[in-house]
Ligand binder design. Structure first.
Ligand code: PMP
Length: 357
């Protein structure tokens, strides 16, 4: 089969080495004679997987001791609700509105308390990350979306929220670059971009937030439950956690987050350079807010966008259609997309530009 280059936004490309390893041991995990999908989540074998995944996450990201690392279900979308449900208790929180995903988080938070929009980039169709904030002194927390997967904008650095805990949806850029976890009180991410398959959500939460969580919640919706039971209150998404463990091994083998970040920087630099030097493609995000994970761009007409996506697909470049809510084109270049893949895409873009000027 001709090589395919996967630019889907999520579920998204995973490292080939991870897929190969999973394939190799699919029918016989750790010489047990059984598949990882067939063994008890209380077995020694699975215990080693989940504690191993947590240990690698802690080491690679530098998660301080006073945080829990949880593997939950319900996607990042459930966290939009779980966060205010556990923490707000009718009080107020600040949200920074940067696009489609922030909007969904805001919608859920309004069910549980008062939401202040501390900053918004709605005035320019969410094509930039705000730089000025109107923070509320007694907000329970500040929430932001580190990378807007649809709009293609990403926080280059994070605001200082003083004593107010900072919470972040990092679904589409976690493990793509180094971060100072201690700046955040809670980080969450659906796995299906940089860390694994759909079905598991990573939540990194500081102890004091767990302790401050509401008590009168359904068991499965309470951070207290999952922190106390170390993500094993009920059956966790075992296979997805196993793949996360393999992805963490892979990141480690790349040289850790600094090495992964350097490659990601170079991939994004080359792709944006190709867009900026062409008259056919136009980047949609403001330069200083450009995402290094989701590169959004447009051609001069919706017809040309469509033609580009279709011909790209024919040539093996899959998933370049922009999100249905905004149109245009989007190349998602997560960790597992290597530099050569991006260079091949650029070659295709140049050829298409020459033929369609
Ligand atoms: N936040 C961001 C930034 C996302 O990109 C997505 C999914 N693409 C979500 C939240 C929702 O994640 P899920 O589908 O896991 O609920």
């Amino acid at each position: 089969m001709a090589k395919k280059y996967n630019f889907y936004a999520g579920p998204a490309i995973l490292p080939q080495a991870v897929m190969k390893k999973a394939q190799d041991e699919l029918l016989n995990f750790n010489t047990s004679g059984l598949s990882i999908m067939e063994i008890s989540h209380r077995s020694k074998d699975f215990e080693a997987v989940i504690t191993g995944a947590e240990a690698k996450i802690r080491a690679l990201l530098g998660v301080p001791e006073n945080y829990h690392v949880l593997f939950l279900q319900g996607g990042a979308s459930l966290q939009f609700g779980m966060i205010p449900m556990n923490l707000l208790k009718g009080r107020q929180a600040d949200y920074i509105h940067t696009g489609e995903w922030a909007k969904k988080a805001i919608k859920e938070a309004k069910l549980f308390g008062k939401v202040n929009i501390a900053a918004s980039s709605e005035d320019k169709n969410f094509n930039y990350i705000p730089k000025a904030f109107d923070f509320t002194a007694d907000a329970v927390y500040v929430h932001l979306t580190s990378n807007e997967t649809i709009g293609g904008i990403q926080w280059p650095s994070f605001p200082d929220t003083g004593k107010v805990p900072l919470l972040a949806d990092m679904s589409s850029d976690i493990f793509s670059r180094r971060i100072d976890v201690s700046k955040f009180a809670l980080i969450y991410a659906g796995a299906q971009k940089n860390i694994g398959p759909a079905g598991v959500t990573l939540v990194i939460i500081r102890n004091d937030l767990v302790e401050a969580s509401a008590d009168n919640l359904a068991t499965m919706l309470s951070y207290k439950t999952h922190a106390k039971e170390k993500s094993l209150y009920n059956t966790p998404p075992c296979f997805a956690i196993y793949i996360i463990k393999l992805v963490m091994d892979w990141i480690e083998a790349q040289g850790g987050l600094a090495a992964v970040e350097a490659v990601n920087d170079e991939k994004a630099r080359l792709l944006y350079e190709a867009i900026d030097s062409s008259t056919l493609y136009k980047g949609t995000a403001e330069v200083n807010s450009r995402s290094k994970m989701n590169v959004t761009f447009r051609l001069p007409s919706a017809e040309l966008d469509e033609k580009f996506v279709a011909e790209a697909k024919q040539a093996g470049f899959i998933g370049l259609k922009g999100h249905r809510s905004v149109g245009g084109c989007r190349a998602s270049i997560y960790n597992a997309m290597d530099l050569d893949g991006v260079k091949e895409l650029i070659k295709f873009m140049e050829k298409f530009a020459t033929a369609n000027q």
